[in-house]
Write a protein that binds this ligand. Structure first.
Ligand SMILES: C[S@@+](CC[C@H](N)C(=O)[O-])C[C@H]1O[C@@H](n2cnc3c(N)ncnc32)[C@H](O)[C@@H]1O
Length: 256
């Protein structure tokens, strides 16, 4: 077995993260650059390092999970969500169940809450937000962001729901209280059910075709009959009918 194969096996035992589901070339290149940066010579050496030094393991986990996010990422899609998708879901269902499934440091679920304030009073808004990365979830719960990540936040929300502290912005507790954060590994955990809207954005790009196939099926099972699946800007589903899904707008899918 080559050194990378051994590394993947042991890494799975330590963390429960199966690197076989992440695109191999990209992952191997990224890990090699990280281990070199830490002065390890190869994957065997690095494995000993992460087994004996929790700092190294945490650094690796942070590096792997790529938490880059921003509020209202790809604003055109959020416009479609507000004007078209959400009004229809509310018309059919009244209250809607929403899941942000790779929520990173919270920008995505908090954007959803702000948007939903156009339709519901805050006390009636509750969103499930999950990620594999506990440290990202911790940051989300703290809710402090730099100016850059707010660049697409409409002025009315920025004014109403953020408090400026020095060069940073803190999200209002009223918005925070509407989000229920949990740790969930998309590749191995059970999914919640009965969702009217699921966001899975900017994480599928890291997965192999096999993993994507498995996930589209699981997301399908989690949606209500009229539920909508919202993906990232580079994550069009190829042949969606294979998964009984159909595009209803660019980057939005519903059941066939
Ligand atoms: C680039 S961020 C995307 C954040 C947000 N959805 C957005 O579009 O701005 C990717 C997130 O996917 C998470 N992630 C990676 N693998 C995952 C897995 N197997 N299960 C759940 N989340 C995962 C990472 O921890 C990271 O927070």
């Amino acid at each position: 077995m080559d050194k990378y194969e051994i590394f993947k096996k042991d890494f799975y035992k330590i963390t429960g993260i199966d690197l076989n589901y992440y695109k191999e070339k990209q992952m191997k290149r990224r890990l090699t650059s990280l281990l070199k940066r830490n002065n390890f010579s190869d994957f065997d050496d690095y494995l000993i390092g992460i087994k004996t030094n929790s700092k190294l393991l945490n650094e690796l986990l942070n590096y792997l999970t790529i938490n880059v996010s921003e509020f209202f990422r790809n604003p055109d899609q959020w416009h479609v969500l507000e004007k078209d998708i959400i009004p229809k879901l509310i018309k059919n269902n009244g209250k809607i169940k929403v899941w942000s499934s790779a929520c990173s440091t919270g920008e995505e679920p908090y954007s959803l809450v702000m948007l939903l304030t156009k339709f519901f009073p805050l006390k009636d808004i509750s969103i499930l937000a999950t990620d594999i990365d506990e440290s990202a979830i911790q940051k989300a719960k703290i809710g402090i962001y730099d100016e850059k990540s707010l660049k697409n936040v409409p002025y009315e929300y920025k004014n109403k729901y953020f408090i400026k502290i020095g060069n940073t912005y803190k999200i209002d507790d009223k918005i925070k209280q509407c989000v229920n954060f949990k740790k969930l590994n998309l590749l191995s955990d059970n999914f919640p059910k009965g969702l009217h809207l699921i966001l899975c954005r900017n994480v599928m790009i890291y997965f192999t075709e096999e993993a994507k196939t498995k996930l589209y099926k699981k997301f399908y099972e989690s949606l209500t009959d009229d539920g909508v699946f919202f993906v990232g800007n580079t994550e069009h589903i190829i042949l969606p009918d294979k998964y009984n899904l159909k595009p209803i707008k660019s980057f939005f899918y519903s059941k066939l």
